[in-house]
Design a protein around this ligand. Sequence first.
Ligand SMILES: NC(=O)c1ccc[n+]([C@@H]2O[C@H](COP(=O)([O-])OP(=O)(O)OC[C@H]3O[C@@H](n4cnc5c(N)ncnc54)[C@H](O)[C@@H]3O)[C@@H](O)[C@H]2O)c1
Length: 453
Amino acid sequence: MAKHSLTRREFINLSAGALAAASTTTILLQPQKLFAAGRLALSDKIRFASIGTGVRGCEHLQASLSVPGIECVGVCDLYDSRHTAAREAVNNPSVAATRDYRSVLDRKDVDSVLIATMDHQHRRIFEDACAAGKDVYCEKPMSHTVEDGFSMVDAAHKHNRMVAVGSQRVSSVLYAKAKEIYDSGKLGEVFSINAYWDRNSPSGAWVYPIPPDASEKTIDWKEFLVGAPSVPFDPIRFFRWRCYKDYGEGLGGDLFVHLLSGIHFITSTNEPAQRAESSGGLFHFKDGREFPDLIETMYDYPKFRVTLRCNLNNNGGEFIAFYGTQGTLLIKDNTLSFKPEDTRPDPEGYSVFGWPKEMRDAYYKKWHDEHPEPPALGWKVDHTGESYVTPPGYSDTVDHQANFYAAVRSRKPVVENEVFGNHTSIGCHLANFSYFNKCIAVWDPASKKIVKG
Ligand SMILES: NC(=O)c1ccc[n+]([C@@H]2O[C@H](COP(=O)([O-])OP(=O)(O)OC[C@H]3O[C@@H](n4cnc5c(N)ncnc54)[C@H](O)[C@@H]3O)[C@@H](O)[C@H]2O)c1
């Protein structure tokens, strides 16, 4: 690039950058007030049972202790040691525990259930729970297949149940602030959204240790296989189920769904992507798994494009960026920042350096005559950014649960209800369809199916 003096925009950007560095303060967001009037009436408790008390189920049970007006009255899991873990998590050694979820649904004192099982079990427990008159918090991704998702939506509607799907970012104070900024129009028009979630450890790649007591005596293997092909007992498949197509959806179902839920929430999108194209590969974790450890997907939505990546070979963390014509909104882990762009008119600062000096000078003179500049020292830079962070210990899971139980009381649906959850799950299925079939995956709303593009 030719040497030339700073254009006005470059000067303003430099000034704004310097000022932003000096003056942008990071604002600590406050958690929702769970006890606020109107959100929860604490007089009668909602009694819930957790079906599936593995890692996520236990996290939920622990989080539930911070949600007012609810009580865990039962826990259910196919693996006996998880009954103990669940009782410990909910701090109640005598809470009823069973392997049989149907007996939980038969209980009249259970108002709602929290489903945190492997994904291939979501549909049948969800539909049985709806038929039994229970409200349902179902972990993400809501569906294991596209067909499952629509059947679950029908069941919730048929039985008039309140449903929350478990991408808890949708209830996060950070995402609420991001939505507020997005809705304010400060970003201008947003055509490009990019997100990633990268982890770089065996645990991040689901290579979980197998508990020493795992056996066909302690695990109801037959029940685990319902909805999946019959195979001999294999603790690897039970504890590392995300690696296998029969039970999970790999990175699509584990992490894409969180990113898509955040994007749908912030942009007020409630429809599946129109098409998707994935690339990726299994580069490192060649342990018999059926899913890639790197997947990158481009999605088409009517008003913007989305690119997602999950990489299990780098610790990039969690990130979403909204690139607008007037600014950029970034979410990186627990921090949100907005940086406006200076879109005021500027003379051409590049290509005129291929012009003869006289012509270039005449161009600049004319431009400046038509755009009188403010006196340099009088410029007021009003383009500083904004930055927000969640407080240490903040739990969006607590907020997500609280929103669900508020809906159970008010009978007003949460944002991430069964329809929203179905649409983001379809996003995972589109990504995997494209990856495994090596084609563009097209969403056909008429047939409610994914077809080859
Ligand atoms: N929202 C989040 O941040 C988040 C985080 C982790 C997991 N998840 C989701 O939560 C769900 C569970 O994941 P996890 O990591 O806890 O898995 P996990 O393997 O640790 O636990 C799943 C448990 O479900 C039990 N189970 C399966 N079928 C059952 C049945 N019919 N009846 C009773 N129990 C049954 C199993 O015995 C197992 O203990 C998945 O859908 C996962 O995608 C969500």
